[in-house]
Design a protein around this ligand. Structure first.
Ligand code: GLU
Length: 258
């Protein structure tokens, strides 16, 4: 027998909810309610510069006003918390250490200036910039030297060249070659996790069965799938729905009002 679904709404508290966010929340809530499942609210506040408590408060207030009440999450608790990513840094660290110990991830000492120069060069050649793997095979000694220069590394996932295929519940089969993104960044120089890293750890540990979100995240999904595999965790099912566009045909954003 299939277990009842666990779905989540995972807003980044960097402003008010807009209609697109509300639609995503509604789809998830409906899925949980119609299948006797659980609707989880998770606050994705790892972007310290843009996240505010005011925005968290307004998200909770708006969801309550809409009647989209969550079964687990901030203020109500639950067995899979904490439900704010900034309170889960120890959990991300453990997973990162495991990947580093297994050599599935590695520190990259390239500076933003070096990467910008490579990006500009790629743009001039009209090709998409993908990190070329410069720090993939540094010796322990070379790593120490670079750290001694005061360089603070990011940590990258070691991604093998291959095609990632998954079945999206809305769009059907999707195939993307990993060369489209390469060795992507798990943690920033200050040790904080990127969105793609934190979201995988959280969706897995929170037992999320279905990830329902906007199609603007479709290109993130293959990155997330290779991380599930590296961590030996089962990936949820994915459903990417189309976006609501503004009257000017562009993606809905704060510009269009909430
Ligand atoms: N915090 C992300 C956002 O607001 C969540 C994306 C997702 O659902 O995985 O876009």
């Amino acid at each position: 027998m299939e277990l009842p679904p666990r779905v989540r709404f995972a807003p980044s508290p960097t402003g008010h909810l807009h209609l697109g966010n509300v639609r995503t929340a509604l789809f998830n809530w409906l899925h949980a309610r119609s299948h006797g499942g659980t609707f989880v609210l998770r606050i994705e506040d790892t972007d310290a510069e843009r996240s505010t408590q005011e925005s968290v408060d307004s998200v909770l207030e708006d969801l309550r006003w809409l009647g989209l009440l969550w079964d687990e999450g901030p203020e109500v608790g639950g067995g899979f918390g904490p439900y704010r990513q900034t309170e889960r840094f120890g959990i991300y660290r453990e997973h990162l250490d495991r990947l580093l110990a297994q050599d599935q991830a590695y520190p990259c000492f390239c500076t933003p200036e070096e990467l910008d120069a490579q990006r500009a060069e790629a743009e001039a050649r009209k090709v998409a910039f993908v990190y070329p793997g410069t720090c993939r095979r540094l010796s322990a000694h070379r790593r120490e030297e670079l750290a001694a220069e005061g360089r603070k590394p990011v940590v990258r996932l070691r991604v093998q060249p291959r095609t990632v295929t998954f079945r999206d519940l809305v769009r059907g089969p999707v195939s993307i070659h990993t060369r489209a993104f390469g060795d992507w960044i798990l943690t920033r120089p200050d040790g904080s996790p990127t969105y793609n890293f934190a979201v995988v750890v959280d969706d897995a540990l929170m037992g999320i069965t279905h990830v329902v979100r906007g199609e603007d995240h479709l290109s993130n999904t293959p990155k997330q799938i290779v991380l599930y595999e590296a961590l030996g965790l089962a990936a949820p099912q994915f459903a990417h729905r189309s976006m609501i566009l503004g009257t000017d045909g562009s993606k809905l954003s704060k510009r269009h009002g909430d």
